[in-house]
Design a protein around this ligand. Structure first.
Ligand SMILES: O=c1ccn([C@@H]2O[C@@H]3COP(=O)(O)O[C@H]3[C@H]2O)c(=O)[nH]1
Ligand SMILES: [Zn+2]
Ligand SMILES: [Zn+2]
Length: 245
């Protein structure tokens, strides 16, 4: 069963050539937006789409390049399209998203006073697969990104790993490939410098070649073209292209 992946953007948080690393994942009759960053409204517009073309949005963690477009999404759904967008979010992120990110802009006494007034909220528990559509099942995997902040990777249809933002975790990748039938890895990459809160290209290059061949790189800096041909067996995802997974 194949899925379609179209990256709204493939850029790092500070990239200017590329939009924020947000993705459209579709099964033909259902479209999920994975993360909705600051640039998501413009990126979607440039692909000739609107928020009304989406069925649901999922948030991996609370950083502007992953949640900064949610206020516009919620307002457009309420005042232009007159419906609520389904929001899939880890239970651990639910209150943080409202209290620390969205409340200031979205709240309107008597109209929008909580996250549920703005979205059709579906909370997810890590490790518990959730069926989003006939052909999309998704599980949250807690990852290490910013110490002390919750953040999650995604495991889709028991075979596709979507790292979101995370530090290098070769043990997790090895386990997914060896024990959980993983055949596709969509992985963030920091091309230069120490990883700190991300996974570096040199760390990914230490993985066995068969694992590298499963990896498509995303969340990269503006100088990505300098690294074409220097990524071992791994290839770059390009924003806007439609991939069949
Ligand atoms: O301890 C920290 C926290 C953050 N940052 C930067 O801020 C960005 C926030 O979005 P991001 O997670 O896509 O990328 C992060 C980094 O670029 C950092 O370098 N070190
Ligand atoms: Zn990011
Ligand atoms: Zn982040």
């Amino acid at each position: 069963m194949s899925l379609q992946l179209q990256m709204l953007g493939t850029g790092s948080a500070f990239a200017k050539k590329y939009f924020n690393n947000n993705a459209l994942l579709g099964d033909g009759s259902f479209t999920l937006l994975i993360d909705c960053g600051i640039t998501a409204p413009l990126a979607l517009h440039q692909l000739g789409k609107t928020f009304n073309d989406l069925d649901a949005v999922l948030i991996t963690h609370i950083h502007g390049d992953h949640v900064g477009g949610l206020e516009e999404l919620a307002f457009q759904m309420k005042y232009a399209y007159h419906r609520k967008m389904k929001l899939y979010i880890a239970e651990a992120l639910r209150d943080v998203l409202w209290e620390h990110t969205l409340k200031g802009g979205l709240s309107q006494p008597g109209q929008i006073t909580c996250l549920e007034d703005a979205f059709d909220v579906h909370t997810l528990q890590p490790g518990v697969p959730c069926r989003l559509s006939e052909q999309i099942e998704l599980e949250l995997i807690p990852n290490r990104h910013i110490p002390g902040k919750d953040s999650f990777s995604l495991y889709i249809n028991g075979r596709i790993f979507y790292s979101a933002d995370m530090t290098f975790d070769p043990g997790l990748l090895d386990k997914l490939v060896r024990e959980r039938s993983c055949d596709t890895i969509l992985h963030e990459v920091q091309l230069e410098g120490p990883g700190e809160v991300h996974t570096t290209l040199s760390e990914l290059l230490s993985l066995p070649e068969p694992v590298q061949r499963m990896i498509r790189l995303m969340h990269y800096a503006d100088n990505k073209d300098e690294f074409v041909g220097k990524t071992g067996e791994m290839t770059f995802l390009e924003q806007g292209h439609v991939y069949t997974l």
